[in-house]
Design a protein around this ligand. Structure first.
Ligand code: BES
Ligand code: MN
Ligand code: ZN
Length: 521
């Protein structure tokens, strides 16, 4: 009960935080506030100056000759040349009303890749968080081209924010918000804000994906996940439909249904449709929303394998986050998010190993292993997207197999598809956002999920391909790709744009992919 109250209070304060805020971005999960100005800001804790390579010294308007000379000597002493990601910090010269001065290299700003700018912002945020500084002023005016200035500043600010998310709703004393205020001095405030707003919408998608993924199993059960998504999406014009157990049963989706029968929290299906284009048929994103994975009767029997299995809903969270980001950006797309939600548990009602379930499309499935539950819920999610939503393309994303982690680690997701244009566009989105993907083959593995007693079984070897081959069946003739993101849902210690905990992996890649694919088809 206490836990549930914490969850409800969290929702309430999140809502209030959004209503009362006046700064550009500040919500209860975000630790920073962001604003833009064209005027010099002459006071604060830290002054950060963005320095292009070969700028030939740093001359900021308002600085005395003595200060300019001091900074020039500091740069020389530190071998600072303004290369991208170079950073030097000094005690601020005496006539500046700041405690510290940071020089941050941006290389050739016109060629600075977005992900490098994001990493720079994240590293800056991590550095600032380790200090007492509350007010940070970033002067970007040495990046003179207004368009380039807006792109560089917005991407660095985006990186700051991605790193500044906090999941402390379960702490008895959550950190004060905002902890740090970032003021960006830019060459054109409206251009910077326009660019920033697009990335901020993306960040909001990442944040709710992290929030959903981080939720402990007992609080983030299927209906709670679905309601949270509804609250987040409906205000943006997304049409949200939530199917409960009875509706799922009536539609014949016995495969989705079967995974939660051992739990008091039954399966749900979340459908979130954002239509902002004339395309008749939507792009469907289908995410695995297994809100906790005990394994079922094929119980995960060692402490390490079951711990953190609340993150088994990360694929579903990524889909909700991507739909939120696209709606927040008012992207000209027709996209539908489908999240089959389950809770894989044991009880007298739970599926037994060897049971046969019937999927929505009529396929009979031998449940050879109750721990291969992700493909059981995705089978019906994919079929629903094809049959009931008339999707023109389907991308599913899931923390599906340990085998994927063995093959690729966490540096890449595994992708499987028979369609080169889908693979190519996903690769493009993956490189842009540094949520990278690598293709594994389907050809030659057709028989790995053959069952002796039913149409298919839910296991096979090799493991990652078996999952993909199983899922392909349910897409039928609809162009389809499977993204296995196992291992990428959560990190134990902060790194780059990710604070510790849930990463929100997939939101950024999927958001870009939907836009790229939509432009080409
Ligand atoms: N959720 C797991 C996959 C997983 C494992 C994700 C490790 C993240 C980290 C999935 O439901 C699962 O249990 N897969 C089994 C399938 C097997 C029983 C066929 C696996 O990969 O071991
Ligand atoms: Mn499992
Ligand atoms: Zn699982």
């Amino acid at each position: 009960m206490k836990r549930f109250r914490g969850w409800a209070l969290g929702l309430l304060s999140l809502t209030l935080g959004l209503l009362l805020t006046t700064v550009v971005a500040s919500a209860s999960y975000l630790h920073t506030a962001t604003s833009f100005t064209q005027q010099s800001v002459n006071e604060g804790d830290v002054l950060v100056v963005l320095v292009p390579e070969d700028a030939g010294g740093v001359r900021v308007s308002g600085w005395s000759d003595a200060t300019t000379d001091h900074v020039k000597r500091a740069m020389a002493a530190a071998d600072f040349e303004g290369k991208a990601q170079q950073r030097v910090e000094i005690l601020a010269p005496a006539d500046l009303m700041f405690a510290r001065l940071v020089l941050l290299g941006v290389g050739n700003p016109a060629d600075l890749p977005r992900y490098v700018a994001e990493e720079m912002g994240a590293a800056l945020a991590a550095h600032i968080q380790g200090s007492k500084a509350e007010s940070i002023v970033i002067d970007s005016r040495l990046v003179t081209n207004p368009g380039v200035n807006a792109d560089v500043v917005s991407a660095i600010a985006h990186g700051v924010e991605l790193r500044s998310y906090r999941f402390d709703r379960y702490k008895s004393e959550p950190a004060e918000r905002p902890g740090q205020r970032y003021q960006w001095v830019v060459s054109n405030a409206s251009a910077a804000e326009r660019a920033y707003n697009q990335l901020n919408a993306l960040a909001q998608g990442v944040f709710i994906a992290r929030e959903l993924t981080n939720l402990p199993g007992s609080d983030g059960y299927p209906a709670a996940f679905a309601e949270y998504a509804r609250q987040q999406l409906e205000p943006l014009g997304v049409v949200v439909t939530i199917l409960d157990r009875e509706q799922i049963r009536e539609l014949g989706m016995g495969s989705l249904l079967s995974v939660s029968e051992g739990s008091q929290h039954k399966s749900h299906l979340l459908v979130a449709h954002y239509k902002n284009s004339d395309d008749e048929r939507p792009i469907a994103l289908v995410g695995k929303g297994n809100t906790f994975d005990t394994g079922g009767y094929n119980l995960k029997t060692n402490a390490a394998s079951i711990l953190r299995m609340q993150t088994d809903k990360a694929g579903g969270a990524a889909v909700v986050g991507a739909v939120k980001a696209l709606a927040g950006q008012q992207a000209p797309v027709n996209v539908v998010g489908v999240v089959p939600l389950s809770l894989n548990m044991i009880s007298g009602e739970a599926t037994l190993p060897g049971d046969v379930v019937v999927a929505g499309d009529g396929t009979t499935i031998e449940v050879a292993n109750t721990d291969a539950e992700g493909r059981l819920i995705l089978a019906d999610g994919i079929w629903y997207a094809r049959e009931h939503l008339d999707a023109r393309v389907i991308a599913d994303i899931a923390t599906l197999t340990g085998a994927k982690v063995g093959a690729l680690g966490t540096q890449y997701s595994a992708i499987f598809s028979d369609h080169d244009d889908i693979l190519a566009t996903l690769r493009e989105a993956g490189e842009l956002t540094r949520e990278r993907v690598w293709q594994l083959p389907l050809d030659g593995y057709e028989d790995v999920v053959r069952s002796r007693i039913a149409d298919m079984k839910n296991t096979g070897s090799p493991g990652a391909q078996a999952g993909a081959i199983f899922l392909r069946h349910f897409a039928g003739d609809t162009p389809w790709v499977h993204i296995d993101m196992a291992g990428s849902a959560l990190i134990d210690s902060a790194s780059g744009i990710h604070p510790e905990g849930a990463t929100g992996y997939g939101v950024r890649m999927l958001t870009e992919w939907v836009k790229i694919y939509s432009r080409q088809h």
